[in-house]
Design a protein around this ligand. Structure first.
Ligand SMILES: Nc1ncnc2c1ncn2[C@@H]1O[C@H](COP(=O)(O)OP(=O)(O)OP(=O)(O)O)[C@@H](O)[C@H]1O
Length: 408
């Protein structure tokens, strides 16, 4: 059996928790077999690592590995996605299409959020699991495939069965072996370790020194419940790394980033607040941050123009609107600019890639805002996607897709 430490390193898995180790050992043991595996655990605990390990350590490793987010595919197209369709099967089916079960023949399919599969699709899946057979949408020809299925869920499958949303027979076929991943709050000794790893990763990514938690901040971190698990911890480390100027984080600083355990977010500006005022406070803060960033980019552009152009009057004229935007109507006199006393021969030809950043930042700000709103809503609703989707006015599937897209 592959050494556990080496396995963690290979798959980028951090942690020494005994239950995590047990789950990984189980994955290693079942990998060479064709047994169906159901991975369970709350959202954000790292379930996606398990099917990757199983596939890589199996004889299927040279064939395809396909991960499917069952919750993200619209109900109307999921059968076609999974099993393919024939030309003319439905409006828009202009040609034959292979489904994942055909494409992944000989390999592994990871069905994430399997509890979200529509009942009709569950029937088709059961057939694949029982005898490797499937029929394309709009066809009558039975095809064969040899696919290993690993599924995952963060919902209570027994409840889903009781509510007749999930077939009991399919559940038992899928969960020949169940691998459970513990919630982060049950892996107390790993929390700080994970934070340090993420802080160091983000330090590298953003080219800045890593943030460090002071002792009392570590205690705050360990006492927090982390409803969003490792995904939430990772986001937290990223936010702090980017937003905080000081690299030493105190308990009170950290507290500002942690929603309370009931899912409400703390007030960032000012003291007392009504529960519903929160969004305004955060919105104001984000607005200020966005404006500041835009101002900085504007100033960078202006500085670059000044460095490149000997004629200050000309720069002023060309950047008239920009100068007005930054300084309001009190435009600086050219003499004020001259105070900068910029040496004309500064080497400006290298490393001025921030012009690109300016454009990128502007287009990214909307996306950032969307990410922030989703994060906030998830935190506020204690990670309940249904409630968050409702609050955001989007479907649960769209929310799910965005969570995956932005790795939230
Ligand atoms: N042990 C770990 N070490 C380092 N990073 C981890 C670990 N486990 C998970 N992560 C990171 O946490 C994030 C969430 O993990 P993942 O998507 O696998 O969770 P999940 O349980 O599948 O969530 P969901 O049920 O919402 O799909 C990812 O960015 C992943 O890289």
């Amino acid at each position: 059996m592959e050494d556990l430490q080496a396995l963690k390193q290979r798959f980028g898995i951090i942690g020494n928790d005994v239950h995590l180790n047990m789950a990984l050992e189980k994955a290693v043991r079942v990998a060479p077999t064709d047994i169906s595996v159901l991975v369970t655990g709350e959202s954000g605990v790292g379930k996606e690592n398990i099917p990757k390990i199983i596939h890589q350590l199996s004889h299927r490793k040279h064939a395809k590995y396909i991960a499917v987010n069952c919750g993200a595919i619209p109900e109307g197209t999921i059968d076609s996605e999974l099993f393919g369709h024939e030309k003319g099967a439905f409006t828009g089916a202009t040609q034959d299409r292979k489904g994942y079960f055909e494409v992944a023949d000989g390999g592994t399919i990871f069905l994430d959020e399997v509890g979200e599969l529509p009942l009709t699709t569950q029937v088709r899946l059961l057939r694949v699991l029982e005898n490797g057979e499937f029929i394309k949408v709009g066809s009558s020809i039975v095809q064969k495939t040899d696919v290993r299925i690993v599924a995952a869920t963060n919902v209570n499958m027994f409840q889903a069965i009781e509510k007749e949303r999930f077939r009991e027979d399919l559940y038992y076929r899928l969960s020949t072996v169940e691998i459970h991943l513990p919630a982060l709050r049950e892996r107390n000794q790993d929390i700080h370790l994970l934070f340090r790893k993420f802080a160091s990763d983000f330090a590298q990514k953003y080219r800045m020194p890593a943030v460090r938690l002071e002792d009392d901040a570590v205690q705050v971190l360990l006492n927090y419940r982390f409803p969003g698990n490792i995904r939430q911890l990772k986001n937290l480390a990223e936010q702090i790394s980017v937003i905080e100027e000081s690299r030493n984080i105190s308990a009170s600083k950290l507290q500002l980033y942690l929603p309370d355990n009931k899912g409400n977010l703390p007030a960032i500006i000012g003291g007392s607040k009504k529960e519903n005022d929160f969004s305004n406070e955060r919105d104001i803060m984000y607005k200020i941050l966005f404006d500041m960033r835009n101002d900085i980019n504007d100033l960078k552009k202006l500085t670059l123009d000044l460095l490149n152009n000997e004629n200050i009057e000309e720069v002023q004229q060309e950047n008239h609107q920009l100068i007005e935007k930054i300084y309001g109507n009190k435009e600086p006199k050219s003499s004020n600019i001259e105070v900068l006393n910029i040496p004309q021969k500064v080497a400006v030809e290298k490393n001025y890639d921030f012009i690109e950043t300016i454009e990128e930042d502007e287009s990214l700000s909307l996306q950032d805002k969307e990410i922030e709103m989703i994060k906030r809503s998830l935190e506020k609703n204690n990670n309940k996607r249904k409630l968050a989707a409702k609050e955001l006015g989007i479907s649960e599937r769209t929310l799910y897709r965005k969570i995956k897209q932005y790795d939230l």
